[in-house]
Design a protein around this ligand. Structure first.
Ligand code: 5U1
Length: 696
């Protein structure tokens, strides 16, 4: 029986929807959250409970309705009411591209030298997939891909899962408006997704654009929901009952006012000079942008002039994309070498036929590890796709088997370290093969010293890779403590080391004696301890002695330190050589301020490790993580024997299988909530990670 809805409940549901929409916008669009996740979570659950009690209250734009409905059997075609045009591309060098475009525009408008410059809007060309979003009376009713420009595919079910796309427009919405823009995946989200794939032994995704496009064309929206996608608005389709602003820039402002994310890297400028400056500025910024772009777009700003200019064969005369060099190219693998890292990891590196990609000539690209070489099926002599995005190390994305001629040969991981000849060992459950030489291996010693002197560690200016190489090769330095014994005379004799530079290096070493606990811990190069963990350890324990003597449980109480990291830290300090080096450094006068340890965390999940997988009915995985951490628990990325609970939602995949195999307790969202309010006890197994070898 359906009950009448009391007025106060209806009002409350309406208020909750509005508040949650605002919080969502602040978080996802404005990047400025105003409340903690737990508060959002509380209101979300309240709305869910109201909608469950009074189904009449459920509206299609409710924040609870982002993932709903069953998987489709196919995507339906959608005819675009206003065709989705493509854009003409300029690939000329920066100045020429903008000059040619401006010259074409002026010619088409019949302007001569005496006429004023044309006003342009410049923005980014995102490397994603174009989408048309149709809103009727403010509600998102349809999302369609570009397709051939006339007919696209209906992907509304997946687009609704994108938190940055409003389900309802803000303010006074016209009866009909179609907003166009690009769906893309941020690079950090892509890296996280691939790290997760690797940890599960699953196939990695090729690049953010293909991953975003693949997610949007899925039939099952729960899959799209698991691939974090973003959106930028940059255009219009059909509109009815709306007075369109008079320029592109004003239209973008109006779209931002409706609640859409509009990229802030844009400008309005006159004539080609401003376009040239914008092109150069964005090119410099490109490596630091959190998403891929393949160029910039110039548009005539005034809509009346755009109409006058019109189109040539589905491309507007009023816009052009001015591209940057591609970030992916094809080249050949000449050989595969092995690089030995700081912790002895042997990394296969493809030596490439030089190729210009992402604005530089690339000759080497990482292949990560043996499994990746197999998964991507890369052979010596293969044609491969190489990617270089931003300042990320170039990597081989995939091989191109169609271009093989039979002369290619398989890569074999060596069984000995190519530098010191020690055994190369691959641990059980590990993807990495390591040199077992430890301090004996000069490659590891060099890398450990390079790390120690690095900017984020002891920050010893002038002590670069080449100098460290000479110091190790000439047996002048064996451990970091030896650095503090160096004098100008000892250094001045080395290659490319004049007395002045030697004095500068000695002064920089001197200066590094007074540091912080965080830098010192990071400088030690403990496996799995990055900058953030070093900071957390320093904050939590306050002193070096407290970190060195901490037991596994105490280490695991530090935020974000799981069993694997705790074991690495514990093993490192259990090694007498490492403790000796720390003592020598202290004796050499290296010091840092210390403080009292922080309070131990509290809550029903202290000491417990949980993994969250699949789509939970009423909370995102970030919400679940916050809830677990607030209760003192740890969240891990993969299931192991040390997992206490697996929190599994819809479409939980291999983690669920693994948890079942290992006999890990499996709970749903309701189980998690019960756990947080009343912790269930369990027998945590304690198996030991392999010991860590000496680093110095
Ligand atoms: N920023 C932006 N990207 N982009 C792509 N604007 C823009 N406009 C486009 C396309 C294909 O097309 C219109 C010029 C029709």
């Amino acid at each position: 029986m359906i009950m009448d809805v009391p007025q106060d409940k209806a009002q409350r549901a309406q208020a909750l929807r509005e508040t949650l929409d605002r919080y969502n916008r602040e978080y996802y669009v404005l990047d400025a959250p105003s409340v903690p996740d737990a508060e959002y979570d509380r209101l979300f659950q309240e709305l869910q409970a109201l909608e469950a009690e009074y189904p009449q209250l459920l509206t299609p734009d409710s924040p609870t309705q982002r993932v709903g409905g069953a998987a489709l059997s196919e995507l339906s075609p959608v005819t675009h009411r206003v065709p989705m045009l493509s854009i003409n591309t300029e690939t000329d060098k920066s100045a020429q591209g903008a000059l040619s475009f401006d010259a074409r525009v002026r010619r088409s408008l019949g302007l001569d030298e005496s006429d004023p410059p044309v006003e342009y809007a410049a923005e980014l060309k995102f490397d994603g997939l174009a989408i048309n979003l149709r809103y009727e009376h403010g509600l998102l009713v349809q999302a369609a891909t570009r397709g051939d420009g006339q007919t696209g595919e209906d992907v509304t079910h997946n687009v609704r899962t994108i938190d940055q796309i409003p389900l309802r427009l803000l303010g006074n919405s016209p009866p009909v408006i179609e907003v166009r823009g690009e769906i893309y995946m941020r690079r950090d989200a892509f890296e996280r997704l691939n790290a997760r794939q690797r940890s599960m032994g699953a196939k990695t995704f090729v690049n953010p654009r293909n991953t975003a496009a693949g997610a949007i064309r899925q039939l099952d929206p729960t899959i799209a929901r698991q691939r974090p996608l973003s959106f930028f608005a940059y255009g219009l389709g059909e509109s009815q009952g709306w007075t369109r602003p008079s320029s592109h820039a004003a239209m973008l402002d109006a779209l931002a006012g409706f609640g859409f994310p509009v990229c802030t890297h844009r400008c309005v400028t006159e004539g080609p000079e401003g376009l040239i400056a914008f092109h150069a500025k964005i090119e410099a910024l490109r490596p630091d942008l959190p998403y891929d772009i393949d160029g910039v777009v110039y548009k005539v700003n005034d809509f009346a002039l755009q109409e006058e200019l019109g189109f040539v064969s589905r491309e507007p005369r009023w816009a052009v994309a001015h591209k940057y060099p591609a970030q992916e190219e094809m080249t050949r693998v000449l050989d595969v070498d092995i690089q030995v890292g700081r912790t002895g990891a042997l990394t296969p590196v493809a030596r490439l036929q030089p190729v210009f990609v992402g604005g530089v000539t690339v000759t080497n690209a990482t292949l990560h590890n043996e499994d990746e070489v197999r998964r991507k099926d890369v052979r010596i002599g293969d044609w491969v796709i190489v990617r270089r995005a931003g300042d990320v190390i170039p990597e081989v994305v995939s091989s191109v088997p169609d271009r093989r001629d039979g002369s290619e040969c398989e890569f074999v991981m060596p069984t000995e370290c190519p530098i010191c000849g020690s055994h190369a060992v691959r641990g059980e459950d590990e993807a990495v093969t390591r040199c077992s030489g430890g301090l004996f291996c000069p490659a590891q010693r060099k890398q450990a010293l390079i790390h120690f002197a690095g900017r984020k560690a002891m920050d010893i200016e002038g002590l670069g890779d080449k100098l460290i190489e000479q110091l190790v090769d000439n047996a002048i330095v064996k451990t970091p403590a030896d650095l503090y014994k160096l004098g100008v005379l000892g250094l001045a004799g080395l290659e490319r080391m004049a007395e002045k530079s030697a004095a500068n290096v000695v002064a920089a070493i001197e200066k590094s004696r007074h540091t912080t606990l965080q830098r010192f811990i990071f400088a030690l190069g403990i496996r799995n301890v990055g900058e953030a963990t070093a900071r957390d350890l320093a904050r939590y324990f306050g002193s070096m002695d407290a970190v060195m003597t901490a037991e596994l449980d105490a280490l695991q109480a530090v935020p974000d330190v799981g069993p694997v990291v705790a074991q690495s830290i514990h093993d490192f300090f259990a090694e007498p050589h490492n403790r000796e080096v720390i003592e020598q450094l202290r004796a050499a006068g290296v010091d840092w301020p210390e403080h009292e340890p922080a309070q131990a965390p509290d809550g029903p999940l202290v000491g417990k490790t949980l993994v969250v997988t699949g789509t939970l009915p009423a909370m995102t995985r970030d919400d679940a993580k916050a809830m677990i951490e607030a209760a003192g628990g740890k969240v891990a990325g993969s299931v192991s024997k040390k997992t206490d609970y697996l929190i599994a939602g819809e479409a939980a995949g291999s983690k669920l299988d693994k948890a079942q195999q290992l006999g890990v307790t499996i709970l749903d969202e309701a189980g998690l909530r019960a756990l947080v309010s009343d912790a269930v006890s369990t027998d945590a197994t304690s198996d030991e990670a392999p010991p860590q070898k000496n680093l110095f």
